[in-house]
Design a protein around this ligand. Structure first.
Ligand SMILES: *[C@@H]1O[C@H](CO)[C@@H](O)[C@H](O)[C@H]1NC(C)=O
Ligand SMILES: *[C@@H]1O[C@H](CO)[C@@H](O)[C@H](O)[C@H]1NC(C)=O
Ligand SMILES: *[C@@H]1O[C@H](CO)[C@@H](O)[C@H](O)[C@H]1NC(C)=O
Ligand SMILES: *[C@@H]1O[C@H](CO)[C@@H](O)[C@H](O)[C@H]1NC(C)=O
Ligand SMILES: *[C@@H]1O[C@H](CO)[C@@H](O)[C@H](O)[C@H]1NC(C)=O
Ligand SMILES: *[C@@H]1O[C@H](CO)[C@@H](O)[C@H](O)[C@H]1NC(C)=O
Length: 523
C-alpha cells in the first residue's frame, strides 16, 4: 500500500486522498489506524477532567478589559486566577461569522517577551528538532513565492494576523483531519492570545511526506517549499506538526488526548504489569502494509509460539457495535505491545506507549513531532524489520526473565507520554514551531482573497454530534495563566551525531543479544 501511496504521488504529481469515496473501513485501513482500535473504545467511565482547578473564575466577556487581560498573561504568579472565556454560541444566525472584539487576542499587545529557556522551565528535548526541521530555510529565509509553491499538495493555507486565523481551503481533507487540525490551532490562539505571531503557511493533511530532500540539495538547488504535515522521514523536508487526533477523531470515536491520556493512566492502575499476559500483543489492520501482513506470521499456532498474540481488526464490526466492545482496562493487559507502521506513521503510537507495557517497536521509517524524543532500551525495545518473529520471541523472553528492567522500559514510555506529551506541551510545541517559522518569513503576510476568518465559535457552534462534543471537550477555556515553556537551543552537530549514534548502537546491541540468544537455543 505504500506503493500505492507512491504511485498516487508520482502518477498525477498531486498527492490527494483519492480514497475518500472508498467504503469507510477500507479507507480506515489505508490510514494506519488499525492497531489502536481497541484503545479507542473509550467507553471510559471518565468524563473529561478539566484542566482548571478551583481557582478558576468565569468572567463575563464584557467585563474582560484589556488591563485584566494583560495582567493574566504577563506573569506566572502563584495563585493567579485563571480566566475562563466560554464560547459564545448565542449569536443566532451569525454563528458562521466570528464575534467581533470577543476574545482578548483582538486587542492584546502583539508578541510580548518571547519565552526563553533562561526564564522558563525548559521544554522537552524533542522540541530541539524544531530547529532541525526549519534548518533548510535558515540561510534563505522563507519568501512568499516559496510558500505559494507548497500549494501543490496543500489542503489549506493558514494565515494568522493579529491573532486572528484566516483559512483558504484548497481541498477538503480526509474525514475531519483538517477540521481538528484547525480547531487545535484556534485553541492555541485562545491559549496564548497575542503571542502567536503573524504567519502564512501551507498544510497538507495526507499521510505521506512529499518534499524530497534530494530535489533541494546540491550547489544550484532551490530552497524547498515549506509544507506542514503530520509526519516526515529521512529523505523528506516536510515540517512535522501535531496531528488532529490530539483534539479527537470522531469517525472512530477517539476522544481528545487530554481525556484519553487520563483514561489510559487510570487503566494502568487497574492492571499491574506482572499480572498481565506475558506476551506481545498487536491488533490492527494488516492490509495496509506488507510488513503488517508479515507480522501475522508471528502469531501463535499449533506449530509454534513466537510469544506474539496478533489480531486483525474488523472495522466494520467495531463500527456496527459502536466501538463499545471493550473497556479501558482491557486495552493494556499484555506485558508487551507491538507498534508497527502502516502506510506511514500511525497515531496509535502514543496510545501504545501509554500502556505501561514494553513497546516492541518495529523499526519505523517515519517520524512525527515527538517520536524523535524516544530512545531505544529506555522507552522501547527495538524490533528489526526482517526476522520480526525471532526478534519478538527474544524480546519477550528477555523481559520475562528481567522483569524489573522490562517494567522500567514500560514505565519510562508511559511517563514520557504522560509528562512530555501532555496537552500543555503539545500546545507549546505548536507555539514554538509557529514562532520559529514566522521568524523566517521575509514578507508581511496578508489575508488571501479567498480565505475566510475562522474562530472557535464558527467551528464549534454549528458542529453536530461527536464532532461537537470533542470540540467542546477540547476547548481551551481561556488564556493560559502560564507562559509557554522555554525553547531549548538547537543541538550542536556533535551532540546530534552522538544522539543518532547512541540510538544506532542500542539497536545493534539488541541485535547482538538476539544473535546470542538464538545461537544458544540452536546448540
Ligand atoms: C454573546 O454575543 C452576543 C452578541 O454579541 C451578546 O449579546 C451576548 O451577551 C454574548 N453572550 C455571552 C455569554 O457573553
Ligand atoms: C498555487 O500557486 C500558483 C503559483 O502562485 C498559482 O498559479 C496557483 O493558482 C495556486 N494554486 C492554488 C490551488 O491556489
Ligand atoms: C492588524 O493590526 C494592524 C495594526 O493594528 C492593522 O493595521 C491591521 O489592519 C490589522 N489586520 C487585521 C487583518 O486585522
Ligand atoms: C519517505 O517517504 C516517501 C513518501 O512516502 C517515500 O517515497 C520514501 O521512500 C521514504 N523514504 C524512506 C527513507 O523511507
Ligand atoms: C550549477 O550552475 C552552474 C552555473 O549555471 C553550472 O555551471 C553548473 O553545472 C551547475 N551545477 C549543477 C550541479 O547543476
Ligand atoms: C492469532 O491466533 C489467535 C489464537 O489462535 C487467534 O484467535 C487469532 O485470530 C489469530 N490472529 C489472526 C490474525 O489470525
Amino acid at each position: 500500500m505504500r506503493e500505492q501511496g507512491q504511485s498516487m504521488l508520482n502518477g498525477s504529481g498531486v498527492h490527494r486522498p483519492s480514497w475518500e469515496k472508498i467504503w469507510l473501513p477500507k479507507v480506515l485501513a489505508k490510514n494506519t489506524i488499525g492497531i489502536f482500535l481497541l484503545i479507542l473504545l473509550c467507553i471510559g467511565a471518565f468524563f473529561s477532567t478539566r484542566v482548571l482547578d478551583s481557582s478558576v473564575i468565569s468572567l463575563s466577556i464584557n467585563s474582560l478589559k484589556k488591563s485584566t487581560f494583560s495582567a493574566i498573561t504577563s506573569h506566572n504568579q502563584p495563585g493567579n486566577k485563571q480566566v475562563e472565556i466560554p464560547l459564545n454560541c448565542s449569536l443566532g444566525d451569525a454563528t458562521l461569522t466570528c464575534p467581533a472584539n470577543y476574545y482578548p487576542s483582538r486587542y492584546s499587545a502583539r508578541n510580548p517577551d518571547p519565552p526563553s529557556a533562561a526564564t522558563q522551565p525548559t521544554c522537552p528535548d524533542y522540541f530541539r528538532w524544531i530547529h532541525e526541521d526549519l534548518s533548510p530555510w535558515k540561510e534563505t529565509g522563507i519568501t512568499e513565492a516559496m510558500v505559494n509553491m507548497a500549494n501543490r499538495t496543500a489542503n489549506f493555507r493558514l494565515v494568522i494576523l493579529n491573532g486572528t486565523a484566516f483559512v483558504e481551503t484548497y481541498e477538503k481533507a480526509f474525514q475531519t483531519r483538517d477540521t481538528f487540525t484547525l480547531w487545535g490551532i484556534l485553541q492555541l490562539l485562545r491559549r496564548y492570545p497575542g503571542q502567536v505571531p503573524d504567519l502564512d503557511l501551507m498544510f497538507d493533511c495526507v499521510d505521506w511526506p512529499v518534499i524530497n530532500k534530494d530535489s533541494h540539495s546540491g550547489p544550484n538547488a532551490t530552497a524547498p517549499p515549506p509544507l506542514f504535515r503530520y509526519c516526515a522521514n529521512d529523505t523528506t523536508l516536510d515540517i512535522v506538526f501535531p496531528d488532529w487526533s490530539f483534539w479527537g477523531w470522531p469517525e472512530i470515536n477517539i476522544k481528545p488526548w487530554e481525556a484519553l491520556s487520563k483514561d489510559l493512566k487510570e487503566g494502568n492502575e487497574r492492571s499491574r504489569w506482572v499480572d498481565r499476559e506475558p506476551y506481545a500483543y498487536w491488533k490492527g489492520n494488516p492490509q495496509v502494509a506488507e510488513k503488517r501482513m508479515d507480522l501475522l506470521k508471528c502469531n501463535v499456532s499449533d506449530q509454534q509460539d513466537w510469544n506474539a498474540r496478533i489480531y486483525a481488526q474488523d472495522w466494520g464490526r467495531e463500527q456496527q457495535q459502536g466501538y463499545k466492545k471493550s473497556d479501558l482496562a482491557s486495552q493494556c493487559i499484555h506485558r508487551y505491545k507491538i507498534y508497527i507502521e502502516g502506510s506511514a506513521w500511525s497515531v496509535s503510537e502514543k496510545y501504545i506507549l501509554a500502556c505501561d507495557s514494553v513497546t516492541l517497536l518495529v523499526t519505523p521509517k517515519y517520524y512525527d513531532f515527538f517520536t524523535r524524543g524516544l530512545t531505544p532500551l529506555q522507552h522501547y525495545w527495538p524490533i528489526r524489520e526482517d526476522n520480526k518473529c525471532r526478534a519478538i520471541k527474544h524480546a519477550v523472553d528477555w523481559g520475562n526473565s528481567k522483569i524489573e528492567k522490562a517494567q522500567a522500559i514500560g514505565k519510562a514510555a508511559s511517563n514520557f507520554v504522560q509528562d512530555e506529551l501532555k496537552m500543555d506541551f503539545v500546545y507549546d510545541y505548536m507555539f514554538h514551531l509557529l514562532r520559529e517559522y514566522a521568524k523566517l518569513l521575509k514578507y508581511k503576510p496578508s489575508v488571501p482573497p479567498k480565505a475566510i476568518e475562522l474562530c472557535s465559535e464558527s467551528m464549534a457552534c454549528p458542529a453536530q454530534g461527536q464532532e461537537k462534543k470533542f470540540m467542546m471537550d477540547s476547548t481551551v477555556r481561556g488564556p493560559s495563566s502560564e507562559t509557554p515553556c522555554g525553547m531549548p537551543p538547537p543541538y550542536d552537530p556533535a551532540t546530534l551525531h552522538s544522539i543518532i549514534d547512541r540510538k544506532r548502537n542500542s539497536i545493534k546491541q539488541v541485535e547482538t543479544w538476539e544473535r546470542h540468544y538464538w545461537d544458544q537455543r540452536n546448540l
